[in-house]
Design a protein around this ligand. Structure first.
Ligand SMILES: [Zn+2]
Length: 208
């Protein structure tokens, strides 16, 4: 990097200095501020301004920086699940052909605009309406984590007395607490007689 080099809003002024493991340099931002910034962050394209660009983007959506960060993570994690084979959720998304629509895939701003227009706030996460379809405006809503957990429960189908229903439906029919039933399922219990046992499992053991 040589003096006068420009990277987005930043112009390199020199004065490189190694601090611990990284090399820092002085930069002048288009907003007028001068700041010492990590050179590899600037040359790698991750840092584009003194920070003013980031704040402008937050303001554009009427979000504070924490909300902006959260929404960015909603978008980034959605892409990871669908395209990053190293993601621990990839098997349930990308591997099953779930994709992000062209409009959102490489454009956080398009996604953010949709999210804000559709009532997103930092307590909500993204959910697909039709789980066979991908992430696209017609198929996405924003719901609380609690609602999302409930939706996941309702997607697990159990064969009981020759009939197949979702756990949530079974709980409704049998008058059971679906949280407790789901917890049992998570513990690895698959036998419907135990899964749907109406009392405490310790009682079942005593009886047996
Ligand atoms: Zn600036």
């Amino acid at each position: 990097m040589i003096k006068g080099d420009r990277f987005c809003r930043l112009v390199y002024l020199g004065e490189s200095q190694k601090i611990k493991k990284h090399t820092y340099g002085m930069f002048r931002c288009d907003c007028g501020r001068e700041k010492r910034i990590r050179i590899d962050g600037v040359s790698g394209g991750q840092i584009k301004s003194c920070g003013c660009l980031y704040h402008e983007r937050c303001n554009e959506f009427g979000l504070n920086s924490i909300e902006y960060e959260r929404l960015y993570n909603v978008w980034a994690n959605m892409r990871k699940r669908c395209y990053d084979t190293k993601s621990d959720r990839y098997y349930a998304y990308g591997a099953k052909g779930i994709t992000v629509c062209d409009e959102w895939k490489d454009d956080f701003h398009a996604f953010a605009k949709f999210a804000i227009d559709n009532g997103w706030n930092s307590k909500l996460s993204i959910e697909r309406i039709d789980l066979a379809k991908g992430y696209e405006p017609q198929n996405c809503i924003f719901i609380t984590m609690k609602q999302q957990a409930r939706n996941k429960t309702s997607n697990i189908k159990v064969n009981y007395n020759g009939e197949i229903k979702c756990i949530a439906e079974w709980c409704e029919v049998l008058g059971l607490n679906d949280k407790r039933t789901y917890r049992r399922y998570q513990l690895g219990i698959r036998n419907p007689d135990i899964l749907f046992y109406p009392g405490d499992l310790r009682g079942l053991r005593r009886r047996a």
